[in-house]
Design a protein around this ligand. Structure first.
Ligand SMILES: [Zn+2]
Length: 279
């Protein structure tokens, strides 16, 4: 029996790493489009993106997001565009200012936790507002779970009809002082999803040196996974990753190892039940 295709998401540019960390981090819109194009050729079907100001600081400017979206639609036709509503690039409702652009997907954090040096604040009223904007504009959320409570809260919100489309949860593992990249914890989350949200899809991302490890866990366990320079700028302790595509290619090789076909963008749209698909 052919196994379920594996959706590879490329997190091309986050809010933290700069060219000082790795010159391959794409920070201008043009660089982001070129980097995405290569990542899609390597197997990515979702592009997860933040945008940056000219000085590389994070931005939530909808004009920049619109330029990135238009460029991706032009140069990577069909790829799933997932824009970040994460908290490092803006505050309050500014985090959702790009949702009216109707990207296919947007990330959504449903709870708060600590990051290494700050509180990652996701107050209930802001989470509810972001979720309702996503419903208005038919944007499928990818739930970013930094803790167990976020997974359970997302399942509850989905059951109450507060999230657009199908439930899709990402376990983000390896953020210092948040959720560890621990196999026992991972296995528990997979079992939890199967028990409480059997129709949902899930994926997993490992931060820093955990990226490849978590890629392999997710691919082996039948989930989907994410790689890219947002989460990790290295191939190993001594070697910087030359590109986003190199990190996606590594995940694609793991798919081969576990007999998982790499999902095309069209297959990924179907699996995730995005806008425009017959579910
Ligand atoms: Zn992100």
């Amino acid at each position: 029996m052919t196994q379920k295709p594996c959706i590879l998401c490329c997190a091309i540019t986050g809010s933290v790493a700069t060219k000082a960390d790795n010159p391959a981090v794409p920070t201008s819109i043009q660089e982001q489009i070129e980097s995405s194009h290569a990542a899609v050729e390597a197997g990515a079907s979702i592009i997860h993106a933040h945008v940056r100001n000219d000085d590389q600081s994070p931005s939530s400017d909808p004009v920049k997001f619109a330029a990135l979206k238009a460029g991706l639609e032009n140069h990577c036709p069909g790829v799933i565009i997932q824009l970040s509503t994460g908290g490092r690039s803006g505050a309050g409702q500014a985090r959702g200012g790009m949702l009216s652009l109707m990207p296919d997907m947007a990330s959504l954090s449903v709870g708060s936790n600590n990051f290494p040096t700050r509180v990652y604040e996701n107050p209930p009223e802001l989470v509810d507002w972001l979720a309702s904007e996503m419903k208005t504009y038919e944007v499928s959320p990818e739930i970013e779970a930094f803790d167990l409570s976020h997974i359970l809260h997302a399942i509850d919100k989905h059951q109450k009809g507060q999230l657009f489309g199908n439930l899709y949860v990402q376990f983000v593992m390896g953020v210092k002082n948040a959720m560890p990249a621990d196999k026992t914890v991972f296995d528990f989350y997979v079992a939890l999803m199967a028990a409480r949200a059997p129709k949902a899809e899930w994926c997993a991302a490992g931060i820093g040196a955990n990226q490849l490890l978590v890629n392999e866990w997710a691919i082996a366990a039948g989930g989907h996974t994410r790689a890219g320079l947002e989460d990790n700028v290295r191939l190993d302790r001594k070697t910087l990753a030359p590109s986003n595509a190199a990190l996606i290619a590594r995940a694609a090789e793991l798919c081969q190892k576990y007999d998982r076909p790499v999902a095309t963008p069209a297959q990924a749209r179907q699996i995730l039940g995005l806008r425009g698909q017959s579910i």
